[in-house]
Design a protein around this ligand. Structure first.
Ligand code: PSU
Ligand code: MN
Length: 304
């Protein structure tokens, strides 16, 4: 039944059939997270890093209503340039698919599609979370609910402090989502290695990570797991610079009344502008770093 909607690229299908390591990648970061042409260059380089480690990359998006698992170079190029690409989270999926439109997938929808395809590991930059002021706005990313129910491990560099990181971690605890620090005791804040918040568990190797994930799912404990992998020290941003940019972006979002699915892209764009090229370079480097861990993790999971 699903075949009517999903198209899995040949090399991805082959790898899945042969129980080889596959790593899912999202496309909101390409269409809405970075400017052209850096977005396309980054997406292609991430795929290369994963391939060089011996795993198969599967970038996920919706093109003309088809759910694509694994994209060609041309398709990635299209997503990076086009203006008609919707940001697609769980609630948007049926509309974009049935209307035959183009969509870039968020963490939530990439997890859903990865699960449908049988992919266990997904690499991204940062996850969505509980927004600052959520006690009034109720703005909590659908990514968190997805992490609570869908069996995919998500490798990220934590979450940006455009969010309320404390509330995000509380929410994840309530919904039983393990937050693992990869080589760290502290939850990383995307651009910086530290946030002032502790993770639940520190794990130092991909093999150990794979064992924990496998055990979780063997026990029937559904849901994802967050592998929080801090940005390498040499690419970390200055705490002051990034914090000031984030406060200003938040103020502007409030003044302009940004709402709903536009909030996150508005804040991301604004922070990027306020830090010029600096934050973009950090962003790219942390994704590369996550790609490496994700590929290693996918390989370890297949060995078990
Ligand atoms: N955070 C980032 N970069 C991103 C996103 C979040 O630092 O590109 C994107 C991801 O695709 C994430 C989505 O799943 O934004 C969350 O959007 P929202 O807050 O509207 O759920
Ligand atoms: Mn939101």
């Amino acid at each position: 039944m699903l075949e009517q909607y999903i198209e899995i690229k040949e090399e991805v299908k082959k790898a899945l059939d042969e129980n080889k390591a596959v790593v899912a990648l999202e496309s909101t970061i390409i269409a809405h997270g970075m400017p052209y042409p850096k977005n396309v260059e980054t997406a292609l380089e991430v795929e290369k890093i994963i391939r060089d480690r011996g795993a198969i990359p599967a970038t996920i998006a919706i093109l003309d209503g088809k759910i694509k698992v694994g994209l060609s170079k041309e398709e990635i190029e299209y997503l990076g340039k086009a203006e008609d690409v919707y940001k697609v989270s769980r609630r948007d999926l049926p509309f974009i698919v049935s209307k035959g439109l183009n969509g870039a997938t968020t963490v939530a929808s990439t997890m859903i599609i990865a699960k449908m395809a049988g992919i266990k590991v997904f690499v991204t930059g940062g996850i969505g979370g509980v927004h600052r002021g959520a006690e009034e706005s109720f703005d909590i990313s659908a990514d968190l609910q997805e992490l609570a129910k869908t069996n995919v491990a998500v490798v990220c560099a934590g979450a940006k402090s455009i969010l309320d990181l404390g509330l995000t971690l509380e929410y994840l605890e309530t919904f039983g989502v393990p937050v693992v620090g990869f080589g760290t005791e502290e939850f990383p804040a995307f651009f910086t290695r530290k946030s002032g918040f502790e993770v639940d568990y520190r794990i130092d190797s991909e093999k150990e990570l794979a064992e924990v994930i496998n055990t979780k799912w063997d026990l029937g404990l559904n849901g994802g797991i967050i592998v929080a992998n801090p940005i390498p020290e040499e690419y970390e941003m200055d705490h002051n610079v990034i914090n000031i940019a984030i406060s200003e972006a938040l103020k502007e979002a409030e003044e302009k009344g940004a709402k709903g699915k536009k909030v996150t892209p508005f804040l991301l764009e604004n922070v990027k502008e306020k830090t010029s090229g600096n934050s973009l370079e950090s962003n790219i480097r942390l994704v590369y770093n996550n790609a490496l861990v994700g590929a290693n993790l996918a390989i370890e999971l297949e060995r078990l």
